[in-house]
Write a protein that binds this ligand. Structure first.
Ligand SMILES: Cc1cc2nc3c(=O)[nH]c(=O)nc-3n(C[C@H](O)[C@H](O)[C@H](O)COP(=O)(O)O)c2cc1C
Length: 342
């Protein structure tokens, strides 16, 4: 029987349990230099002390104009490595493994003077109209992802996640709604994400897993569905992606969206389908902060891992409390043992 507290080994990644902290932007880089601050240190290390098996550091961008805001993390320079390495080392000390989400915000880069995207289509009236990347610029982009991945490997991360979801650059290329190009990157919607995956993989040790976060369905009218995302995932798997983190939406204005309810476990059916169809492990995410429910997702083998986002914003010790509620053993830090005594 497997449950939320069953360890999981996948390639070179050894997790003590199945609980993941998903990437959540903190917009807390005060100096706008992309360098992690004390806030990030305390925020992530608290969740490591709080028992999470895998922590995925928030969207971290490959170039300054690839940030949602100028307060986002970046990995376009070697100067950004040491502050992240310090977080990774401390999380390791408290038993968590750490991944980082490597990204480019594309047309959703709000502070970029002129955001770039596959096509010059604005996200909505409040956003700038992006400039369409030239074919040569598109061809140069995978290497920027690869350079950021190389720096992440130097910082000591245990896994890499590419942000292929929520309407950011990779998603923009893989969607007919945002990609109206007539060059090879428009004719084949998988081409950009595939090239980025290969480039990322080329900078990673062979046993380090590459995760891709995908939006399994789009919420806009006429947006893509599971058939398309499964086809994408198959191509990305061939290009080296080992594990999919299955989210949804983010490509268009929410008001216009046929968004499904955000009831508990609302994205688990997508994770289950991707897992079955693509044959890789998956991370399920989305309103799974009831421990019994998270445990059921693992027990029913809908996903290998479960991510708890807002639940961990409210409570860094979510994992320790989940173990107590489910009557499972976990390593409560010695300093906190009395807090968990029966
Ligand atoms: C404050 C905040 C910031 C987020 N930032 C990111 C991000 O950087 N990258 C990403 O892929 N998703 C991001 N998300 C989405 C979460 O990773 C997660 O998928 C979502 O919150 C649903 O999970 P939950 O119901 O457990 O919160 C963010 C969510 C929140 C609440």
């Amino acid at each position: 029987m497997i449950d939320l507290f069953t360890p999981w080994t996948f390639k070179g990644l050894k997790l003590k349990n199945r609980v993941v902290m998903p990437p959540m932007c903190q917009y807390s880089v005060e100096k706008k230099d992309g360098i992690a601050t004390d806030w990030h240190y305390v925020h992530y290390v608290s969740r490591a002390i709080g028992g999470a098996g895998l922590i995925i550091i928030e969207m971290t961008d490959i170039e300054p104009d690839g940030r949602i805001t100028d307060n986002d993390l970046g990995l376009w320079s070697d100067e950004q490595i040491p502050a992240l390495a310090r977080i990774v080392d401390a999380c390791h000390k408290y038993g968590a493994k750490v991944a980082i989400q490597i990204a480019h915000a594309g047309r959703k880069a709000q502070d970029a003077p002129v955001p770039v995207a596959p096509s010059a289509i604005a996200f909505n009236d409040q956003y700038k109209t992006p400039r369409a990347l030239t074919t040569d610029e598109v061809k140069a982009m995978p290497d920027k992802y690869a350079q950021a991945v190389k720096r992440a490997v130097q910082a000591g991360f245990d896994a890499i996640e590419l942000h292929g979801a929520h309407g950011y650059l990779i998603h923009e290329f893989q969607s007919a709604f945002t990609n109206k190009r007539t060059d090879e990157y428009g004719k084949d919607l998988t081409k950009f994400g595939t090239e980025v995956s290969r480039a990322a993989k080329s900078e990673m040790p062979a046993r380090m897993p590459l995760i891709m976060r995908i939006s399994a369905i789009e919420y806009v009218k006429g947006g893509y569905g599971l058939d398309h995302s499964i086809a994408l995932a198959r191509s990305y798997k061939e290009a080296g992606v080992d594990l999919f983190h299955v989210s949804a939406g983010g490509e268009g204005p929410i008001a216009a969206a046929g968004k499904p309810g955000t009831h508990a476990a609302y994205q688990v059916p997508f994770a289950r389908e991707v897992r079955k169809a693509v044959g890789t492990p998956v991370i399920a995410v989305g309103r799974l902060d009831d421990p019994a429910l998270a445990n059921a997702v693992i027990g029913n083998e809908d996903a290998e891992l479960v991510a708890v986002g807002r639940g961990m914003l409210r409570n860094p010790y979510w994992t320790l409390e989940a173990a107590a509620k489910l009557h499972k053993d976990t390593n409560v830090p010695m300093q906190y043992l009395t807090g968990f005594a029966h």
